[in-house]
Design a protein around this ligand. Structure first.
Ligand code: NAI
Length: 252
């Protein structure tokens, strides 16, 4: 079988109502996967599901509602069977200089971007949830700003750097179970989140950010392709890695 195909793989995609998560769901579906679509935005989920011929299982879920993860996974498993993959695309930005940073803002971005991913991985890797007879794979999303600095962005940067640490630690812990764990670090991508960030920045900075990508801005499909690769058996010897998909942003 073509190792890039995802036939018969059951894959959970968070953040599936928009941007990178939606594009990932579309690509995974075209590669043969069954998708479980999670997001807080019910309408957006329905639209994503329409784009994949209504073949996905949609579940509106606030990913800060950690206590619901087990119940949601169990319900989806009843419908589809064991899980083979999970990608945590849901995320929010958080802009504030250090002097204006509030505990509430910090906790919110930390919960969605990092803690939810960690606790989803905890449920995914429980006995009876993932398919222990096949290769399984988890993908987290970091950012160029988990790797390099930018001002007024510390809370977001903490979460994205944490996702890299989480990737490496879990890669070691879950390898004996046959679960690989990797992370993609995107540069600026044209999504509601990416374009919102640019609106927040002043024009001069926005122009500079554009110029900092030798290959120009990314499209959601650029990130989706990297995620699909890491979920597939083509990446069966890759774990604990951070794959920069950033048009050259961090190469300079
Ligand atoms: P997006 O805003 O298009 O999609 C994010 C999704 O997360 C939305 O559908 C939203 O409803 C969902 N979400 C937010 N809070 C949630 C919650 N509490 N519970 C459940 N779902 C929730 O954003 P985009 O651009 O697709 O971002 C995806 C990931 O990629 C994020 O982790 C982001 O930090 C990361 N990233 C994005 C970059 C960009 O330029 N777009 C650059 C680097 C990283």
């Amino acid at each position: 079988m073509n190792p890039f195909q995802l036939n018969e793989k059951n894959v959970i995609v968070t953040g599936a109502a928009s941007g990178i998560g939606r594009e990932t769901a579309k690509l995974l579906y075209s590669l043969g996967a069954n998708c479980i679509l999670l997001d807080i935005n019910e309408k957006g989920l329905e639209e994503t599901n329409r784009l994949i011929d209504k073949s996905g299982i949609c579940c509106a879920l606030d990913l800060t509602d950690f206590d619901r993860f087990q119940e949601v996974f169990s319900l989806c498993k009843e419908k589809l069977g064991y899980f083979h993959g999970m990608v945590h695309c849901a995320g929010i930005p958080s802009f504030s200089p250090l002097r204006g940073l509030t505990v509430e803002a910090y906790e919110k971005v930390q919960k969605i971007n990092t803690q939810a991913g960690l606790l989803l991985a905890k449920v995914f890797s429980r006995k009876g949830m993932y398919d222990s007879s096949k290769r399984c794979s988890i993908v987290f999303i970091s950012s160029v700003y988990g790797l390099v600095g930018s001002a007024s962005n510390v809370a977001y940067a903490v979460t994205k750097a944490a996702n890299i640490g989480m990737t490496k630690a879990l890669a070691m812990e879950l390898a004996p179970k046959g679960i690989r764990v990797n992370c993609v670090a995107p540069g600026f991508v044209k999504t509601p989140l990416g374009e919102g960030v640019i609106k927040f920045l002043d024009d001069a900075y926005a122009e500079r950010v554009g110029a900092m990508h030798p290959l120009g801005w990314g499209e959601p499909t650029d990130i989706a392709c990297a995620i699909a690769f890491l979920l597939s058996d083509a990446a069966k010897w890759i774990t604990g890695t951070v794959l920069s998909v950033d048009g050259g942003f961090t190469a300079q």
